[in-house]
Write a protein that binds this ligand. Sequence first.
Ligand code: FAD
Length: 456
Amino acid sequence: TAAVVLFTSDLRLHDHPPLRAALAAADEVVPLFVRDPGIHAAGFDVPNRAAFLADCLADLDAGLRRRGGRLVVRDGPVVREVAAVAEECGAGQVHLAAGVTGYAQRRERRLREHLGGRGVDLRVHDAVITAVAPGALVPSGADHYAVFTPYFRRWSTERLREARPAPRTVRVPEAVRGAPLPARDDLSGLSPALPAGGEKAGRERLSRWLRSGVAAYEDRHDDLGGDGTSRLSPHLHFGTLSPVELVRRAREHGGAGAEAFVRQLCWRDFHHQVLAARPDASVRDYRTRDDHWRGLDEAAGDVAAWREGRTGYPLVDAAMRQLRHEGWMHNRARLLVASFLTKTLYVDWRTGARHFLDLLVDGDVVNNQLNWQWAAGTGTDTRPHRVLNPVVQGKRYDPDGTYVRRWVPELRDVEARFVHEPWRLPEERRAGLAYPHPVVDLAEGLARFKHARGRD
Ligand code: FAD
């Protein structure tokens, strides 16, 4: 007997319920990854993520080869390819992790219809991509939690399944052929400091994090210059690490840092359960605020300055340059630049979300779109009208200017008391800096936002 395992956002061998179930049910298993042109058409396979993905697939293939198997990669519409592979090896079952986005939900529905008509059983596994399955926890009278804190309280008492080791052997049927693995070297336009992908790299980073990072997380996670977060997000996005395993190991580690870290992992599950219930929130406002965002023609100059990191607000510019250089940005900085674009420049959150998705190596529809909506006040923030001030945020989270100086070399020699407000420097020093004037006056931006949202 044979079975197919369709890998999607779960590119690992450790703690992988679909692979385990397939190996228990069949003598031979096809570990399959399909490069669906639909993803390409949606503009989602941008260079940074394509490079990380290439690493992940190469590492998954290497891991399978060490166990006597190999990864089969196919190019084409996913339903057609899965059905073809199932037929080629005579598989009676296809195993898959439950997905969340509109795309994943449609894929699952169409696979079920298509395979069902051919007598192939589709088995969908929960809690592979998240620690707790979306929909597993619901408040009374609703289909999902719209507020984080009650969700977190409930989520924290949920019993997680065991995290299981990688299988020892995987036998793949000879008859099934695949396309060559994609290569990172074929890509151009990558961020220069992109991290390496793959399960091996993810597990190494996780071990390092548990050994020497997580204990200080509570104190250091908002310190922009100190860079004290895990940077595990791309591994969670591609599923090279299991969220169940992460929560379990952080809890075993214990302490205030690990608790704060687990709370962040819960944010990820929280957004997944919102989007699973409301897949259209990837493009539409979760809560309508009657915004009439500035037209892109009128705001074009401001948007370009924001994208390129030359708004004249040092913390905003540092963050946007970090994004371009690393394909990653610190969470505190993401919140600030998103608030700045939507509330100070009053530009539609979708414009910012698209730019993030073009560059972020962890860029994902669930966390990106819902965090953008959170920051824009159209999402689940219970204080949707709060506006983050880049100067106040700078003084609080980058008090000595380390982060700004790292990314904005024009300000390298500016002392801490001016580094977040270079316009306060004496005129002759100010004029000598090759650094732009602010694109907007903060008070004017605030007044426009309050007026637009109809609040005093
Ligand atoms: P850590 O602080 O070490 O946190 C551990 C893990 O918890 C992260 O890897 C992540 O999986 C999860 N997490 C932490 N904060 C959040 C959060 N607010 N929402 C959801 N999960 C969270 N995260 C993405 O994974 N992909 C995105 O596309 C994305 N876009 C964002 C856009 C905006 C505007 C904002 C404000 C946040 C976005 N985030 C996104 C959430 C968060 O900024 C990143 O997950 C985090 O910065 C990743 O760094 P880290 O792994 O070092 O995080």
